[in-house]
Design a protein around this ligand. Structure first.
Ligand SMILES: [Zn+2]
Length: 287
């Protein structure tokens, strides 16, 4: 029977990181670990535990992740099998990194809801190297629209620079129920978070290609200027509020009605496809 002892044969106590291993039938090896080796060992054990924990959580998510097919028929279901698996892993990763907070009486954010919300973020960022909007560590979910004491109005969602993404679950759901109308709260708010995340000084700073972003910004500014003279257009008027709204509203149409978008604004569509490294109109999800 194997056992571990911290005492030497002579009864002297070994230094803290000396481990004696005895294996029952003689030929006992005394492994005296240096501090560096001991540290590496602790690190290895820690990493193994994390890996096991992650695997267990991944298994727990599985049934919910399979529900994505129903919730995102136009995107997830269109992915080839190997990309679906990658998508699922990113969704699980996203959920594990966020704290979901239920707001409102008798309302509880379920794991299925967490998976759906994470999927919106992953859909948006899927073409890029993994990015998890790390500044926005908390996701607040209300059952319905909520009253903002700051704007004195009811909101269906917002991104707060203190690290919150806020969503009305009712509006989030209806965004995916009709997947071709260019209205999608989840994509809209995640797009705001993505836009900000790129300029926040943290481990994910500057993940968008600066030349591609510059090209997008120039085209967006031009379109916003045109819309001031002629308010009717393909993108709803909310887009013309500022560059952030333009990006968020464009993202909704980019995924929900990509063919119409590319017909109405081929340059804008192409610039967004290049920026996000995916092209839904051609069913290319990772360039
Ligand atoms: Zn917005």
């Amino acid at each position: 029977m194997a056992n571990f002892s911290f005492l030497s044969d002579a009864g002297w106590r070994l230094p803290p990181f000396c481990i004696r291993y005895s294996a029952g039938l003689g030929s006992l090896e005394l492994a005296e670990l240096t501090h560096v080796q001991a540290l590496l060992m602790v690190l290895l054990v820690f990493m193994l535990m994390q890996l096991i924990q992650y695997g267990v959580k991944l298994l727990r998510f599985r049934p919910y992740i399979k529900m994505l097919q129903r919730q995102q028929p136009a995107y997830y279901a269109a992915l080839p099998p190997h990309l679906r698996r990658r998508f699922e892993r990113r969704v699980a990763d996203f959920v594990l990194r966020k704290t979901f907070i239920s707001r409102g009486r008798h309302f509880k954010v379920t794991l299925a809801m967490e998976v759906s919300i994470a999927a919106a973020a992953v859909q948006l960022t899927f073409g890029l190297a993994p990015v998890f909007l790390s500044h926005f560590s908390k996701i607040l979910v209300y059952p319905d629209r909520y009253y903002s004491t700051i704007s004195k109005r009811y909101h269906c969602g917002e991104v707060n620079m203190r690290g919150y993404i806020v969503l009305s679950w009712k509006d989030f759901e209806s965004g995916y129920r009709n997947g071709t109308d260019g209205f999608n709260l989840g994509l809209h708010e995640m797009a705001h978070a993505l836009h900000f995340e790129n300029i926040i000084q943290n481990n994910e700073y500057g993940f968008l290609d600066s030349a591609h972003l510059q090209q997008w910004n120039e085209l967006a500014a031009h379109e916003m200027q045109l819309r001031q003279q002629k308010p009717e257009g393909f993108l709803r008027l909310q887009a013309c509020h500022d560059e952030h709204e333009f990006f968020a509203v464009s993202t909704e149409s980019f995924f929900e009605r990509p063919h119409h978008f590319s017909q109405h604004h081929p340059d804008l569509y192409q610039a967004l496809a290049t920026l996000l490294q995916q092209d839904p109109a051609r069913q290319v999800y990772q360039v």
